[in-house]
Design a binder for this molecule. Structure first.
Ligand SMILES: [Fe+2]
Length: 267
């Protein structure tokens, strides 16, 4: 089992700056009209120099090596079907479903699921300067700012984090969200399941986030609302579970006490 805090920090080599400059520029050209957060699946990007730069970053040896150092005796593979370009929202002004990207949260709700120690891992890479926004990992009392080439990795299901700060008027923030499956030697049988549920969640949550930003009909409004409720429930799963157990214990105690009192009166 892989336990303990899973966050890693690093930076890809300076020769990647050209690729990151290109990604930032193309993202700005394509997404600057969005006033809310916008995600683009990398696998949906057409063949181009932009796509080639994205491919080089997602397979970058500095990222793969950093993961392998943190998780020795494991196999690390790309999960490209979940990779995205992220045109970031300013934490200060985020509204609606965009709040779920900045308020404290887990990225995925399956911390309780058995995985045989396999970890679905997200690495965030900064494509441009990001010194006005801070990512906070409260469990480690860790606060990180990112500048171009910096990356941070986290357990998609178990690392609670929040985003603070703001993006000043006229500036923008482009990040890449890359995904990797970390499977300890001997746990290979768990890999397809862990990959499947997390990719499914990534696609489902992204599409419903799009729906809630601009619902086209009553069904899309309903689905978006349902997923928002589920996200809150899973984010606070342990709190709800503990509350439920305490409530059951109180009810059990009250029922027991009243039956003792009633049987006493009958005598
Ligand atoms: Fe997140």
């Amino acid at each position: 089992m892989q336990e303990a805090f899973a966050v890693i920090s690093g930076a890809v080599q300076s020769n990647s700056a050209t690729d990151l400059d290109l990604i930032s520029q193309v993202a700005k050209d394509r997404y600057a009209s969005y006033k809310t957060a916008h995600h683009e699946w990398i696998n949906a990007v057409e063949s181009s120099e932009y796509r080639s730069a994205l491919e080089r970053i997602r397979h970058h040896s500095d990222i793969l090596e950093a993961i392998k150092v943190r998780f020795p005796d494991s196999q690390v593979t790309n999960v490209t079907e979940a990779d995205e370009i992220y045109w970031a929202v300013s934490p200060k002004g985020a509204v609606g479903s965009d709040r779920s990207l900045v308020d404290c949260h887990y990225d995925s709700p399956f911390a309780w699921a058995p995985t045989g120690g396999a970890i679905f891992y997200r690495v965030i890479i900064a494509c441009n300067e990001n010194n006005t926004v801070t990512t906070v990992f409260p469990a480690e009392d860790k606060r990180v700012k990112m500048t171009q080439r910096d990356f941070h990795g986290l357990d998609y299901n178990k690392d609670w984090h929040c985003v603070e700060g703001s993006i000043p008027e006229g500036r923008y923030r482009v990040l890449l969200k890359m995904h990797y499956l970390i499977v300890p030697n001997g746990s290979e049988v768990w890999a397809p399941f862990v990959r499947w549920i997390n990719v499914l969640w990534t696609v489902l949550s992204r599409e419903t986030m799009r729906m809630s930003a601009d619902p086209q009909n009553i069904f899309e409004s309903f689905v978006a609302g349902l997923v928002t409720v589920c996200r809150v429930f899973f984010n606070y799963f342990y709190w709800f579970f503990a509350s439920f157990v305490i409530l059951v214990m109180i009810c059990y105690g009250l029922v027991n006490r009243s039956s003792v009192l009633l049987s006493g009166r009958k005598r």
